[in-house]
Design a protein around this ligand. Sequence first.
Ligand code: KG4
Ligand code: ZN
Length: 359
Amino acid sequence: MQNAIGKPFFNIFAKLFLLQMSTYILGIESSCDDTSAAVLKDTVVLSNVIANQDVHKTYGGVVPELASRAHQQNIIPVVEVALRKANIGKNQLSAVAFTRGPGLLGSLLVGTSFAKSFAMGLNIPMIEVDHLKAHILSHFIADSGSQSPPVFPYLCLTVSGGHTQIVRVESPETMEIIGHTIDDAAGEAFDKAAKIMGLPYPGGPEIDKLAKIGNPKAFAFSEPNIGGLDYSFSGLKTAFLYFLRDQLKKDDDFIENNKADLAASIQSTIINILLKKLKIAAQQTGIRHIAIAGGVSANSGLRLAMQKTAEELRWDIYLPKLQYSTDNAAMIAVAGYFKYLNQDFASQDLTPYSRSTNK
Ligand code: KG4
Ligand code: ZN
């Protein structure tokens, strides 16, 4: 039996030993509507395969039941392609890392069950990964031309379809949420605004495209007045809906005639809201290393605004490559790699979780 002093020493030696060896991790992501598998050699991406589910486009949003079925269809082929592209055999894998949550339960069950059987079949450890932490650690994915990873401690604005958070990141293991949305997420604000305008799902990229040719000052929408570092986006969605309803009473073609300006105006409002709190967070914590992550971090307006703010406030900023902004398994594998170094493995009886305690 190990005593309290022995264990940390053992861990340090184990970690140093593991750092000398190459680790091959298979990552599995199935939390929403993308089935993804990736293979990483330590933090270097050997493959990152994503199967998108077009089936949801017809419905204007993700249909959970259809998502789980599509994961069930896609998971084996996606893993096979990921291994082939990485040019390694199953037996070379050191561990399998998978998203445990948060996300759609049916979708998570497919990835979790796959990981359990795969790990058991190969007699390798499995590693549970929190989807949001993986977005935050996506900056450590090493890829050709990728930026050097953030310096600890850094702040990460995590902006996805289901979450909006400012996180203080001390290390891959230690993170603290210092601000979060009290209602909708930033991605939801993009998607809902797009839906109101009759644009296809997912709306974020559509708004982004239109905004590039629109005037961001054409229409003004009031910003929420929420205390501390928290966010709120549900009021903006309602304001946008009512504004369009009133304009449509006067002009049936109002949306069609003002598409680009509407997109640019709603996008710039969302970005202003996001950056306002991020600036306060940087000022309060004194941290100047600032990252963004999650699907909305692919937004070209947000990236530009981050660059401008960085010049103004002398921040060092970290913008993920586009393929690692939206959901992908490489980020699951890299988060798994850090846990592997700590020999932090999951047990076969775990179950997925659909919600995190904070939004
Ligand atoms: O991280 P993610 O792929 O999945 C979740 O974990 O939710 O984020 C998806 C969200 C969607 O709301 C989508 O509309 C948004 O990211 N998104 C964007 C852009 N690309 C994806 N929002 C604004 N601009 C984009 N270019
Ligand atoms: Zn995500």
